[in-house]
Design a protein around this ligand. Structure first.
Ligand code: SF4
Ligand code: MSK
Length: 676
């Protein structure tokens, strides 16, 4: 039996999670059972013992000054006409909910954008050649992004147009990119990448973000006690900041990561806890920022490290990932996905995790408590994300000595292999997958070599084989059954011929379920989508990367508009967005920039405006008049997907392509009748 050092006995508690109802995933259920047997507490148990606050989850608890918290529950006999709820200062339920909502946007936009800033700083070091660890890997992508920042890629010498030196371009792109966070004048450059009518809508609504940092700061100012007290005006700022995220910080992060580490192209891998290996050193990488993990991947493959692992009795080094760092190293290197957000503690519970290396975002502090029960070294690496527990090792990453940092980390994991207990249990479950799609590879696979654009995709949407596009993204939420809504929503969509673009934990959930394989098309898709997938050889669910890579979905939608035949703006497309199990503030920022970009967007679990029906109606209905996209909320996964499909059908009708679809949807008896 292993030396599982108990820190907290869940057995003493009145209630524990029931593994069968906690997750749809067998590996997760096995590990949860094991954790409970070993007396190791996880988030699943805490979700049973600690209930969420109803008022807070409805968005109507204000603690923006010390006279509060002022709590405004929605009365059972709520009547809009007589609603007089207010905080001490007089703030209405609408004001409070709107302030809370845009503070979530600020949190999410800050997280994505600060990630982008870190990447931009590494990019600058690489451009200045201050570091050996990072180089410009994808020159084509650099030349492609440069003009969007106003950086010339050619120059004229003696009347002849020549390619500009790549180092010069890199330096100017680095400067211009970093400037996007705090420039004194103008607006965010990438906004012009959107279809022209979309840009005009933003201009007309007065929501063009000036720079990324400013919009986030302004949210904090406006929501301070006694400033902006008009929910519509508050939301205007929420929209501005969300656009600064989606078409600013996130898009820059994605582009610069592609330039530094390579633009993803489809590759084969595996997903779920079963990717860990008993006879190898297991290093699990978790978080969001790929700058360190890229170097860890490189170092872990060196002969020196593999030999060192063998010296210690292991057969080699097995890397795997949790959350979006996982998606990043998957899409560029095929490193397998260990699990979603809710599986992070369980990777340690296997007893086979020799090191868990974390950077930023979605890292549960309880990891340190779980790690205490096993031999796992928990290593924090980012100066802004440390943990108070004394068993956590901090190895601060710096791009100037990235290789040394990565070597130290990998060596620490290898040394720790010999400290493993005998009681190791790795679930067998894992699924094959294809990941690493992007704007470029979708164009390659669905666009055809002659036209080199999205024409074929559009053609298949117009002729009805593909009913529409669903962007399904986002987290796990311990308040709902792990992965259930993710999988049900996606299956319902593909069953109805809606092709799915996925990122974040939804992408991992789909991978675990086997939906990211071309073969799954035959099993789960409607006839039209199955035919397209089988012809082209792609899965019906396309993995587009991490949370910041939702910007890829925006650009893919823009390419669809550009290819023609489906209207002149994103809001005209037969497309819808979804986050079935969202929990993070980043999801709200993403949802808001989807909506402001013209996408109908449905969220599951809870909606943080339910306590303020007037404000919620503004988000669900009024926003459509302003932006062509709007929010919606549906807990039931099947109804959730059907709402998306209904919206897609509405758009097909508006485009006049609903008839084509009707022909495709003929059932077997119709077909037989025709053949007679
Ligand atoms: Fe209460 Fe107003 Fe203070 Fe909020 S800002 S806590 S509503 S008094
Ligand atoms: S990791 S933000 S739990 S998707 Fe990007 Fe998953 Fe949500 Fe974190």
């Amino acid at each position: 039996m292993a030396e599982v050092k108990e820190i907290k006995k869940v057995a003493k508690k009145a209630k524990m999670a029931d593994p069968a109802t906690a997750s749809i995933d067998p590996a997760t259920r096995e590990m949860l059972e094991r954790a409970q047997k070993l007396g190791v507490e996880t988030i699943f148990d805490r979700a049973v013992t600690m209930k969420a606050c109803n008022i807070g989850s409805q968005g109507t608890c204000c603690k923006n000054c010390s006279m509060g918290p002022c709590r405004l529950p929605l009365p059972k006999d709520y009547d809009e006409a007589t609603d007089e709820r207010k905080g001490l200062c007089g703030a209405t339920a609408n004001t409070i909910a709107a302030r809370n909502f845009i503070r979530m946007v600020a949190g999410g936009a800050a997280a994505h954008s600060d990630h982008g800033r870190s990447v931009a700083e590494v990019f600058m070091s690489a451009a200045r050649k201050e570091t050996e660890a990072y180089k410009i890997k994808d020159e084509g992508k650099l030349r492609q992004m440069a003009p969007h920042l106003g950086v010339a890629t050619t120059l004229e010498v003696d009347g002849e147009v020549q390619d500009r030196d790549i180092d010069e371009i890199a330096l100017e792109v680095a400067e211009k990119s970093l400037n996007e966070w705090g420039k004194a004048e103008g607006t965010v450059e990438y906004l012009k990448r959107a279809p022209a009518p979309r840009y005009e809508i933003w201009k007309k609504q007065g929501v063009l973000p000036r720079n990324i940092d400013r919009e986030i700061v302004e949210i904090m100012h406006r929501t301070h006690m006694g400033v902006d007290q008009d929910y519509k005006n508050l939301m205007k700022q929420g929209v501005r900041a969300s656009l600064a995220d989606g078409w600013g910080g996130s898009m820059l992060a994605t582009d610069m990561q592609d330039v530094l580490f390579g633009t993803p192209f489809p590759l084969v891998s595996e997903a779920n806890l079963g990717v860990m290996k008993e006879d190898m050193v297991n290093i699990v990488i978790h978080g969001h920022e790929p700058v360190l993990s890229e170097v860890i991947v490189e170092v872990a493959q060196t002969k020196e490290m593999i030999d060192y692992a063998k010296e210690k009795g292991a057969k080699g080094i097995q890397l795997s990932g949790i959350c979006c760092t996982a998606n990043e190293i998957l899409q560029r290197h095929g490193v397998p996905l260990c699990g979603t957000f809710l599986q992070q503690e369980l990777a340690i519970v296997t007893g086979a995790c020799d090191a868990m290396v974390v950077d930023i975002q979605c890292i549960m502090q309880n990891l340190a408590n779980v790690a205490k029960c096993f031999h796992t070294k928990l290593i924090t690496t980012h100066p802004i994300a440390r943990m108070e527990q004394d068993n956590v090792v901090h190895i601060e990453f710096d791009e100037h000595h990235a290789l040394e940092d990565a070597q130290r980390i990998v060596k620490l994991a290898i040394d720790n292999f010999t400290e493993r207990g005998a009681d190791v249990m790795i679930p067998k479950h894992k699924s094959p997958m294809v990941g690493g799609f992007g704007v470029e590879s979708v164009q390659y696979h669905l666009g055809g070599t002659f036209r080199g654009d999205y024409y074929t995709l559009n053609d298949n949407i117009i002729n009805g084989r593909i009913r529409g596009i669903g962007g399904v993204v986002g987290c796990n939420n311990a308040r709902t059954k792990h992965n259930e809504a993710h999988i049900q929503v996606v299956k319902e969509l593909i069953k109805n011929d809606v092709i799915v673009l996925t990122t974040g934990c939804n992408a991992i959930a789909c991978a675990m379920e086997g939906l990211l394989t071309p073969e799954s098309a035959k099993v789960f898709c409607g006839p039209g989508l199955a035919e397209v997938c089988e012809t082209v050889g792609i899965p019906p669910v396309l993995h587009l990367g991490s949370c910041v890579d939702n910007s890829r979905i925006l650009l893919a939608a823009t390419e669809v508009v550009k290819a023609g035949g489906l209207g002149n703006d994103i809001s005209a497309l037969p497309a819808a967005g979804s986050a079935p199990e969202w929990m993070s503030e980043k999801a709200i920022s993403i949802g808001q920039y989807f909506v402001a970009s013209g996408v109908y967007t449905v969220f599951g679990t809870v909606f943080p405006a339910e306590g303020a029906p007037v404000f919620q109606r503004f988000l669900f209905e009024e926003m459509e008049k302003m932006y062509g996209g709007m929010w919606d909320f549906e807990k039931d996964p099947i109804l959730h997907a059907r709402k998306m499909i209904a919206h897609i059908d509405k758009k097909r009708k508006e485009l006049g392509i609903d008839k084509a679809r009707e022909r495709v949807m003929m059932d077997m008896s119709d077909r037989m009748a025709l053949e007679v």
